[in-house]
Design a protein around this ligand. Sequence first.
Ligand code: 8X3
Length: 228
Amino acid sequence: MKTILITGASSGIGYETAKALASGNRLILCGRRTEKLKQLQEELPHSPTLLLNFDVSNKEQVFHAIKNIPTDWQNIDVLINNAGNAHGLATFQDADLDDLDAMIDINVKGLIYVTKACLPFIKKSNDAHIINTSSIAGKQAYTNGTTYCASKWAVEALTKGMRFDFLPLGIKVTSVAPGAVETEFSLVRFKGDEEKAANVYKGFEPLTAQDIAATIAFAINQPKHVQV
Ligand code: 8X3
């Protein structure tokens, strides 16, 4: 039984990953929307769960919440840095600076804060593993996506760098880099415009949150000597 902390567990990939990993594990479900986390908790009546409410981009909230995890939940083995999103889809010259700030704050700084905060606990585990949610956007820049792509490029660099740095600590590091996944992602990117969001997934079969959850579960369930 592993203790697994998941950020962004209130929806999409995080929500489905919690469901995929619930059997036989203890889950620390983190997010900003307490009601959604409670709903998820109710869907997992047979799994021990702890809910933590914080915004990954708020340094004080992150460190306060994680440092104060009850002692019997501090044996974190796996951290899934899933929280992240896109704000706006516009050329760099037209993009709203607040949107660009938000993507760097959440997708990059948020991942750094949560990882730093969890590290004192994770490094005591014999099954330590960090999963970073990257994106195809971390491998290929696209029109109107400069800063979202930059944020995911940073996730790729953080993953590779952590893999070197954490080798002496015995912590595995994996990045999962999905293409288009139909979740709230586009709704958030287009600030609630349902029509624009739905159009993104027209004409092809997008990935689902369950597909990505299964990939994360595969990575976590490999033997100790296998790092995906
Ligand atoms: C989401 C994938 O292609 O919409 O990270 O940027 S994409």
